[in-house]
Design a binder for this molecule. Structure first.
Ligand code: AMP
Length: 482
């Protein structure tokens, strides 16, 4: 019924195959440790960044041993009977989130390269999205390089590093430097090779990557600080945009990838709004605080009289607490989320996605009847979640519904690693706020203003591409499709 009324929501995503969001984790210790458990804990903490598949590589006695499978981290690790086989002195891992078209098992990370005897010599994990991967892949293929994956831009990074390793005497530092001159886009990468780990971030630092320590000799790299916390480590700092760190038995060394003038901090603002865990620090900024402040600002922007504020779990809750603080309207956790369900976007078909929202969220009816409700979500993308929620609240007898989005309208797709649909599927693309309010069937609708978002984040040095259509990297028409 809804799809008939709103055909815009029925569009199939056309460019899904190059969308990827992921979590990456790595650990290096000079001695053999229980890398099986450490990588398991780290990836489990990063599960929210990808639920479709996961994998890891361990360095044991000079050998790189890998395991990858579809599904959640704990399910995947449970399948491994001989955990001691994966005890080593270094490990890297990946949680994968992909959408329609990109779900082949061949795309599960890590990707590894082998020598002529079939022994793994190098393994990499990548979070982000390259915009020129297709061109590089074609070029490498024309020179005889074989690819295993169907679409993966991460494999392009691996094959380039391998190419430069062979040209530069197996020098990993030079190979990475050369690779990053060729690739364009968003990349946070961890490489395991030669009894060392290298980690690097693109010159805009679009996707996060931080490092910390477990003890004075054991280094940890993680997409978010919650990964470091999960193994009992302590956070040191984020890698700078365009920075590379290499850890081996002796030390950790840092260097800049390209000339300094190319680096310009532009971390994805959506990491703070939706993607990262609220208990993480991203570039030393507390994600929870940003979300709570966005709620305060939403109230300041457009005060409304209401009886109760509710948040859409999980990422809309801190904003609704902020809204409640600023307005004095009580916050009540009366939307109940089924904890055992994945995020609704993992379902590629719109029809099923609509049903998922019902399964995922339900409300406590008695608290809603006859009430004026402010409901806050972190974002409105297609409008699927918001329409369903309004339907649920109306059915439960809400008197008024004031919908608030703790981020500005999403008007453009992301080419740099967040799974947003193409323009035509975005409810805010080409439709103004008043019309959207009608479509959603709400009494009022407000989005956090760009100005307030910039104010909360403390500056403009972020990627706001999904809100503005301007990206830190120039994206040409034929880019992006692999
Ligand atoms: P929609 O239902 O299409 O309007 O999407 C908005 C809902 O999806 C909100 O509840 C967000 O928390 C969530 N969301 C926003 N961006 C993403 C994303 N990239 N992946 C998965 N869920 C998302």
């Amino acid at each position: 019924m809804i799809s008939k009324l709103f055909p815009i929501f029925n569009q199939k995503k056309s460019s899904d195959k190059f969308h990827e969001e992921c979590g990456i984790f790595g650990i290096y210790s000079p001695q053999k440790v229980d890398t099986f458990s450490l990588i398991q804990f780290g990836l489990f903490a990063l599960q929210h960044r990808g639920q479709e598949a996961c994998g890891f590589s361990v360095l044991r006695d000079g050998f790189i041993l890998s395991h990858k499978s579809e599904g959640l981290v704990l399910d995947s690790f449970r399948k491994i009977s001989n955990s001691e086989y994966f005890h080593g002195n270094a490990a890297i891992g990946h949680t994968r989130y992909s959408t329609e078209g990109g779900q082949s098992k061949k795309n599960i990370q890590p990707f590894f390269g082998e020598d002529s005897y079939g022994k793994s010599t190098i393994s990499i994990v990548h979070n982000g999205n390259l915009i020129n991967a297709q061109k590089i892949r074609k070029d490498l293929e024309s020179k005889g390089v074989t690819f295993i994956s169907e679409y993966s831009d991460s494999e392009v990074i691996l094959r380039l590093i391998q190419k430069y390793l062979s040209e530069y005497d197996n020098n990993l530092e030079i190979a990475i430097q050369k690779t990053t001159i060729d690739i364009q886009g968003a990349y946070s990468v961890i490489v395991l090779m030669d009894n060392k780990i290298a980690a690097f971030r693109d010159p805009n630092g679009i996707r996060p990557l931080c490092y910390g320590m477990l003890n004075e000799k054991t280094y940890i790299f993680s997409s978010e600080t919650c990964g470091i916390d999960s193994v009992g480590g302590y956070y040191i700092r984020d890698l700078f945009p365009g920075e590379m760190a290499i850890v081996d038995k002796k030390s950790i060394r840092f260097s800049l990838l390209k000339k300094e003038k190319y680096t310009k901090r532009r971390i994805c603002s959506f990491e703070y709004i939706y993607f990262s865990r609220p208990d993480s620090l991203i570039e030393n900024i507390n994600v929870y605080e940003i979300r709570e402040k966005s709620g305060e600002k939403l109230y300041e922007q457009h005060p409304v009289e209401a009886d109760v504020v509710i948040g859409v779990p999980d990422s809309g809750v801190p904003a609704s607490i902020g809204y409640s603080k600023a307005s004095g309207i009580p916050f009540k956790p009366i939307l109940v989320k089924n904890k055992y369900i994945g995020r609704s976007f993992i379902i590629p078909k719109q029809e099923m996605r609509e049903k998922m929202v019902n399964l995922k969220l339900n409300s406590i009816l008695n608290e809603i009847r006859g009430k004026r409700i402010v409901i806050i979500d972190d974002s409105i993308v297609r409008g699927t979640t918001s329409r369903r929620l309004v339907y649920i609240l109306r059915k439960a007898g809400a008197k008024e519904i004031h919908f608030r989005s703790a981020s500005p309208p999403i008007i453009a797709p992301c080419y740099l690693g967040v799974d947003t649909p193409s323009r035509k599927d975005l409810i805010s693309y080409n439709i103004d706020k008043e019309k959207i309010a009608k479509i959603l069937n709400v009494d009022s609708l407000e989005f956090l203003s760009m100005r307030n978002l910039i104010d909360i984040l403390g500056g403009k040095n972020y990627c706001f591409g999904c809100f503005t259509g301007n990206y830190p990297i120039h994206i040409k028409k034929n880019d992006c499709i692999l």
